[in-house]
Design a protein around this ligand. Structure first.
Ligand SMILES: Nc1ncnc2c1ncn2[C@@H]1O[C@H](COP(=O)(O)OP(=O)(O)OP(=O)(O)O)[C@@H](O)[C@H]1O
Ligand SMILES: [Mg+2]
Length: 360
């Protein structure tokens, strides 16, 4: 799977950028503020969710533009478009092969994972980011995960609203919403556990390389459908007082340990945490390629700059021939060890141009 054509229209600092990359490495270089991460963010909108910055959609429209923004891509012969219209600046429109679709449906067509500098803090911050990371890992192996997440959250929002009402909530309506939460919550939990088990097995079986091996577990939610049904039914008064649902898979956390050091990830050094995260993403990409028969598209923002030359070369070597990998950096020299077949762009002031061979 690879993006063979990407067109950005009024997307952040890109007025109209057109890229036609090859299937392997795609390298974007340019000065700070040139628009490199913006390209990756636009790509991340080809997957379900809010993109790699989790920014409001209205923020993505180019300042000074009068309409919405557009991101259009070809993945082989699949045509995907997403963007906004000025009359509904926070509504994400999605078209797949010309027909309107829900964002969750993108998971059937695009498998994508990203690493950004903001994720350096993944192991030390609250569980929300880790849970989202776990859900992205899961989505790549279980495309229906996006649909279940959307349905679960919609039912939970309705239940919370009902419980917050002044008037006593209709118990039958509550039960119906809770049944929906149990149905989709169980699917979410099963898919997450399957992902964690498969990934943990793979990581344990690997020899210790330059990227650390992670041990994985899910915390914060036990998982049984019956338990969830009971927690919801018996927790109505408690949840009404709290103003939110206090138990369920939406409270799960991904617990990561440094296997060879037997140390929880949050106690590891910055470099060790980075190596753990990279090791995880690499193993996951290989797992997805094996299981699904297609490697995910990887978006690696500023990853090369933080690795020593040996680790950088090891990263490029491990990723070579393993699907489309987008990488950004300020210095073209960071990518000297990348194979010659890479597509290279230079980005400057929101203009993306192929990097001439002579200056590579
Ligand atoms: N809606 C917008 N309209 C116009 N410009 C925007 C918008 N949102 C962000 N920008 C600008 O886009 C520019 C490029 O941002 P981007 O994050 O892509 O830079 P970058 O090339 O990744 O730089 P760095 O190397 O510092 O990470 C920034 O100057 C930012 O202020
Ligand atoms: Mg950037």
């Amino acid at each position: 799977m690879a993006v063979t054509r990407l067109v950005l229209t009024d997307f952040r600092n890109h007025r109209d950028a057109v890229l036609a990359p090859g299937a392997g490495f795609v390298v974007l270089t340019g000065e700070n503020g040139a628009g490199k991460t913006n390209v990756l963010e636009a790509l991340s909108l080809l997957a379900p969710g809010r993109g790699l910055r989790r920014a409001p959609l209205s923020e993505m429209v180019r300042q000074g533009a009068t309409g919405g923004f557009g991101v259009a891509a070809m993945l082989g012969d699949v045509e995907i478009g997403t963007g906004t219209q000025p009359d509904a600046p926070e509504r994400r429109l999605v078209r797949i092969n010309g027909a309107g679709a829900a964002a969750a449906a993108l998971a059937e067509w695009v498998t994508m994972l990203w690493l950004t500098p903001a994720m350096d803090r993944l192991f030390v911050e609250g569980p929300g980011e880790r849970r989202r990371f776990l859900d992205r890992l899961t989505l790549a192996l279980a495309p229906g995960h996006a649909h279940h997440s959307t349905r679960y959250e919609a039912a939970m929002r309705q239940r919370n609203r009902l419980l917050a009402d002044e008037a006593p909530a209709d118990p039958e309506w509550l039960s119906a919403l809770e049944a929906r939460m149990v149905e989709h919550g169980s699917a979410i939990d099963t898919a997450r556990r399957d992902t964690v088990t498969a990934l943990a097995e793979r990581l344990t079986a690997q020899p210790e390389g330059v990227f650390a091996r992670a041990g994985l577990a899910i915390e914060g939610w036990e998982g049984e459908a019956q338990t969830l049904a009971r927690e919801l039914r018996e927790g109505r008064r408690r949840d009404a007082a709290a103003g939110r649902t206090l138990a369920g898979p939406h409270r799960a956390d991904l617990l990561v340990t440094h296997l060879s050091k037997n140390q929880p990830a949050h106690l590891c050094s910055t470099g060790e945490q980075k190596a753990l995260l990279l090791g995880l993403v690499l193993a996951h990409a290989e797992l997805v390629a094996d299981r699904m028969g297609r490697a995910p598209i990887l978006l690696l923002d500023e990853v090369a700059a933080h690795l020593d030359p040996g680790r950088r070369a090891a990263l490029f070597e491990r990723l070579a021939g393993n699907g489309q990998v987008w990488m950004t950096g300020t210095e073209p020299a960071l990518f000297d060890a990348v194979s010659g077949s890479a597509t290279r762009y230079c980005v400057a002031h929101g203009i993306v141009e192929p990097r001439p061979t002579a200056t590579r």
